[in-house]
Design a protein around this ligand. Structure first.
Ligand code: GRG
Length: 309
């Protein structure tokens, strides 16, 4: 019942996504109980963690685990941990000293509700919990080598080889002007680190926990990296298309800023083609697997490339 056939594409995939996010949401809810000590910090953690993201990273983690023959439950703690890291990075990214945003997922940002001091502590606590949760809640049937390897994978995706490197490059590029060639390189570096690294870690953690071979893990890694970059190319295109629709309605700050984007560097059409190319590449990385079993990951790629918001 966990495999999808290509024929029943959309409805099956949607119910698959909904089923997966339900397991993850339930596990996330249980992972951060509202209790003393530090009730306020827990409220702030839960505010962002449980405020309705798309759960793309957890879904990647669970689907990768199942693809290599593992049980969903084996990867649920990893899926939750990755989402905790994601939530922490969103809170930090929205702070006044970073992007200074008032809204996230249509709601006031964490620091707007809880104050900057609490928001920063919630970030720290979410990162610590992410590490603890996979270490503590993964089934004892999983060999400890796998748990260690998965946690290292996640740590790598956060630090100076991952999210932090992407954010630092992003800050560094602010206000600079680039020619198309260096602009593209800069943009690619940012997205490989800010976005693809965590998507990659999510999928790889699932594949590790599920007992995938080194070759399977590396194929899944390459797939996820393509998906991560594609995610951002699509995001940039949507920004442009949405902006021109909404021009005059909302003066979003990206409209007025000189933010570097794929459409700016290569134009909207070429950006769309690039996203399609990355989708084809992502699929190729999975062609060693039984297509029925790989269906969720293949459909996830289509979902990302076709998404409208
Ligand atoms: C790990 C705390 C910490 C910080 C690292 C601030 C920072 C340094 C990095 C910023 C990383 C960041 C915000 C990247 C953007 C990633 C991205 C594509 C966000 C949107 O993801 P979606 O669309 O969001 O999956 P939802 O809302 O669906 O969860």
């Amino acid at each position: 019942s966990h495999t999808l056939t290509a024929e029943s594409y959309e409805s099956d995939f949607m119910s698959y996504m909904i089923r997966k996010s339900k397991s993850v949401n339930k596990a996330l809810d249980e992972a951060v109980p509202l209790c003393e000590p530090v009730l306020k910090i827990r409220e702030a953690m839960r505010y962002t963690l449980l405020s309705g993201g798309k759960r793309v990273r957890p879904m990647l983690c669970l689907a990768a685990c199942e693809l290599v023959g593992g049980q969903e439950s084996t990867a649920v703690p990893s899926a939750c941990s990755v989402e905790m890291i994601h939530a922490s990075s969103l809170i930090q990214d929205d702070l006044p000293c970073m992007d200074d945003d008032n809204l996230r997922r249509g709601k006031p940002t964490n620091h707007k509700v809880f104050g900057e001091n609490i928001a920063i502590l919630a970030v720290d606590a979410l990162i610590a919990l992410a590490i603890k949760h996979t270490g503590e809640s993964t089934s004892l049937d999983v060999p400890p080598e796998r748990v260690l390897r998965a946690i290292l994978e996640m740590a790598r995706a956060v630090g100076t080889e991952g999210l932090v490197a992407g954010q630092a490059a992003d800050l560094d590029g602010e206000g600079k002007s680039f020619d198309n060639d260096t602009g593209l390189k800069h943009l690619e570096f940012i997205h490989i680190h800010k976005t693809a690294a965590l998507l990659e870690a999510a999928a790889v953690m699932g594949a590790i926990m599920g007992g995938g071979s080194d070759e399977e893990i590396e194929r899944i890694r390459s797939y996820a990296r393509c998906i991560g970059l594609m995610f951002q190319v699509v995001d940039d295109v949507l920004d442009v298309t949405k902006s021109s629709e909404e021009l005059g309605k909302t003066a979003g700050k990206d409209l007025i800023s000189e933010k570097l984007t794929y459409p700016k560097v290569m134009g909207v059409e070429k950006s769309r083609e690039y996203a399609e190319k990355l989708n084809r590449e992502a699929r190729e990385h999975l062609n060693m697997f039984d297509p029925d079993k790989a269906a969720p990951l293949l459909l996830l790629a289509d979902y990302i490339v076709n998404r409208q918001n």
